[in-house]
Design a protein around this ligand. Structure first.
Ligand code: 2RA
Length: 347
């Protein structure tokens, strides 16, 4: 017997990716229900070889639904996740609404999947599990084996984030501006504050009082929550004219000595990571190669000679997959594999 799975936000970038990944990984789905706001009701989405019509979130009865995968923005999650969780379905939420809540686990299975055992053992749980921000997910996958080996004390990361992280409108803006520039059209900023085609923008999400942006703060707060609260993190988040795939230049400081070879070996052994690190032309991964793939790629592993126990590296992953949809589904898979969620039937 399989599970009844609903997707809230099924027509968005991440929702469509969730549908594709559920089918591709043969997640044990008995019934799949795409849900949307009233204005998208009836819109069609593909699931395997089937075409399904979106139903209305407002009047859907969650009794008997096992998993609800949400990617429809923070406001919808804040409003709906507690109600859905109280109806007994397990919510896995891709927005930032619940990530920092002390009673909600923030999970990347390769890093802290074990946290789910204790959470599911609680009788007063909210039935909400949070998925991290895309830029943090790939970062912590790469940090975990190195932290286990030599204890990371400080991370300095600069991100190179693709426009798909900003949703479909952001992708359209890059596409339209890129085409427009060839016919001398003046680029009009919309979702982005400055021209994104043939440019880079050191600004993602809202500015905070200390001068960092919310995106940069998320990397800090989520790394601490999932990996180790003692790690110091500084981030500069940059939007680049790439459609899919986030890249990160990472500098690490450790409590203990670690060589690039030791790091490379530990990363090679770790789940979810592919090391591509030849010190020659093209011996590294770029976002174009990571698109559509599940792995977090690590390249350019070398000593950072500016600190005592330091390493530098380059981390790339498909932000719509490991950074969002894939990680969400891996959380559901972890719950199933650990016997923590059984199929329910409607009362
Ligand atoms: C971005 N981090 O890339 C966001 C998406 N979650 O804008």
């Amino acid at each position: 017997m399989g599970y009844k799975v609903a997707i809230v936000g099924a027509t968005g970038n991440v929702g469509r990716e969730m549908l594709e990944i559920l089918a591709e990984r043969n997640f044990p789905v008995d019934e799949l229900v795409p849900l949307a706001s009233s204005r998208s009701v009836g819109r069609e989405v593909s699931f395997g070889d089937r075409v399904l019509k979106c139903r209305n979130l407002e009047d859907y009865d969650f009794a008997g639904t096992d998993f609800v995968l949400m990617s429809a923005g923070g406001d919808i999650s804040k409003q709906w996740a507690p109600r859905i969780g109280a109806a007994g379905a397990m919510v896995i939420d891709n927005s930032s609404a619940w990530r920092y809540h002390e009673d909600v686990p923030l999970i990347v299975p390769e890093v802290n999947g074990h946290v789910l055992d204790a959470y599911m053992g609680r009788t007063n749980r909210k039935n909400i599990i949070a998925n991290p921000n895309c830029s943090t997910a790939q970062l912590v996958v790469a940090l975990k084996p190195l932290h286990d080996l030599a204890t990371i004390t400080r991370v300095v990361v600069s991100t190179y984030q693709s426009v798909s992280g900003g949703g479909k409108e952001a992708m359209d803006e890059l596409w339209d501006q890129t085409k427009g520039i060839f016919v001398n059209d003046q680029p009009t900023p919309g979702k982005f504050t400055k021209q994104i085609a043939f440019n880079v923008i050191p600004h993602i999400d809202a500015f905070m009082e200390d001068g960092y942006t919310k995106e940069e703060w998320k990397v800090l707060a989520e790394t601490k929550k999932m990996l180790d609260p003692r790690i110091k993190v500084s981030c500069t988040a940059v939007r680049v004219p790439v459609f899919v795939g986030h890249s990160e230049a990472v500098n690490l400081e450790f409590a203990n000595p670690i060589t690039p070879d030791e790091a490379r070996d530990a990363l090679r052994e770790a789940p979810g990571i592919v090391v591509v690190d030849k010190r020659e032309d093209g011996g590294y991964i770029t976002p174009v190669e990571a698109k559509g793939e599940d792995a977090t790629y690590v390249s350019r592993i070398r000593e950072d000679v500016t600190v005592e126990n330091g390493l530098a590296m380059w981390v790339v992953s498909d932000n719509l997959r490991k950074g969002a949809a894939l990680n969400t589904i891996q959380i559901a898979e972890t719950l199933v594999a650990r016997g923590l969620v059984q199929p329910r039937v409607a009362a």
